[in-house]
Write a protein that binds this ligand. Structure first.
Ligand SMILES: [Zn+2]
Length: 85
């Protein structure tokens, strides 16, 4: 029984990693012109808003209909970091 759970966990982690890669590629290919992000559940991830100018980081747990805030006159960058188990 425990082994089945382990395999399922490994599969889930693999899916999350693949999803992260796809999302990163999408983000790199072009940020939305309106500076908005799609509603997503990010409770399983560490997501930060990072200011490209001064490096200020804000950790957020839910994107929702979040409007990306500005810092130093520039929209902050969304950064996802997988949480180490
Ligand atoms: Zn700043």
């Amino acid at each position: 029984m425990g082994t089945v759970l382990l395999v399922l966990s490994a599969l889930a982690i693999a899916v999350v990693i693949a999803w992260l890669g796809i999302t990163a590629l999408r983000a790199a290919s072009g940020p939305g012109p309106r500076g908005r992000v799609e509603p997503e559940d990010v409770e399983e991830l560490d997501v930060y808003l990072v200011c490209g100018e001064c490096g200020t980081e804000l950790r957020i747990t839910r994107l929702g209909e979040l409007q990306v805030p500005r810092h130093c006159g520039e929209p902050m960058r969304l950064e996802r970091r997988s949480r180490e188990a």
